[in-house]
Design a protein around this ligand. Structure first.
Ligand code: PAF
Length: 283
């Protein structure tokens, strides 16, 4: 496995790869969710390139950029064992050198949900993902459904800019107790960690209500909030029942809904989501 930092080194290593390339962009501190993306990329491509870069421009000024968990050596070992061909770990000098002034922005679906709570976040994401695409030149790129709005925004950007890359959206991976895997779970104290699976449980409860015929979005939202508030350590930021494609809030659920939330547990902000479809075979 080649580990490269500079763009010139990446270009040389990329040119040496024959056949199709799958890209797995990450911010490191890898968990089983990331590795499921690598496994899928490995199955569907001749080679896999992974990137590890904690992108400063997608963090709000008072967010957790400095404390974001990092363990490069462990990440390298996991990626080596998973059969990755190249790991690109650019630094801020490579990505945002002095005089940097170009941004990629998706204007509408970025205003909702996470975008409403984290102004500027998606501009940072779309800019860095474009740069990662341009560096790695993949045929396919793999993202987790855990960041439901991120995958919608990146898919929109890829369509709008006619980027010749297939965006592959992979299922969210949960711990045995239902907590969605996230590098930020490392921030939780033991008691917060014990409380955290309530996010997934509240979503499952709402899915069950949908299965039983509930279609009123406000009622579903209230049900989720009630469950979240039964756990004193949780502080819900938002709970949304939206259309999975447009991300617009629904009054009445018709054939599909994206149930999503951001919840603070202590200082840690966790997100989670589930998609419900009346016809399970619909994409
Ligand atoms: O999902 C992430 O880890 C990041 O947002 C990404 C896509 C690697 C861009 O920095």
């Amino acid at each position: 496995m080649k580990i490269v930092t500079e763009l010139a080194e990446l270009r040389v290593a990329r040119r040496a790869l024959d056949g199709s390339v799958g890209l797995v962009p990450t911010m490191g501190y890898l968990h089983a969710g990331h590795l499921s993306l690598v496994e899928r990329a490995k199955r569907e491509n001749d080679h896999v390139i992974a990137t590890i870069y904690v992108n400063p421009t997608q963090f709000e000024p008072d967010a957790d950029l400095d404390s974001y968990p990092r363990d490069l050596e462990r990440d390298f070992q996991l990626l080596r064992d998973a059969g990755v061909a190249i790991v690109w770990t650019p630094n801020d000098q490579v990505m945002y050198p002095a005089g940097y002034q170009t941004w990629v922005e998706v204007t509408e679906i970025t205003q909702l949900l996470e975008g409403a709570q984290r102004p500027g976040h998606f501009k940072g994401v779309t800019t860095i993902v474009t740069k990662l695409f341009n560096g790695a030149q993949p045929d396919r790129a793999y993202f987790g459904q855990k960041d439901a709005q991120q995958v919608a925004v990146i898919s929109q950007m890829t369509r709008d800019l006619m980027l010749p890359i297939d965006i592959v959206i992979c299922p969210l991976v949960r711990e045995a107790d239902g907590l969605a895997m996230s590098s930020r779970n490392a921030y939780l104290t033991p008691s917060q960690r014990q409380a955290a699976p309530i996010l997934g449980h509240s979503l499952s409860a709402a899915i069950e209500q949908l299965e039983n015929g509930e279609r009123n979005a406000a009622a579903l939202q209230q049900h989720i909030l009630q469950i979240l508030r039964s756990e004193p350590l949780t502080d819900p930021e938002y709970v949304s029942i939206a259309h999975p494609d447009t991300l617009l809030e629904l009054e009445t659920v018709a054939d599909a809904a994206l149930l999503s939330m951001a919840v603070r547990i202590g200082k840690t902000r966790l997100i989670d989501n589930m998609i419900w479809r009346a016809n399970e075979n619909d994409l």
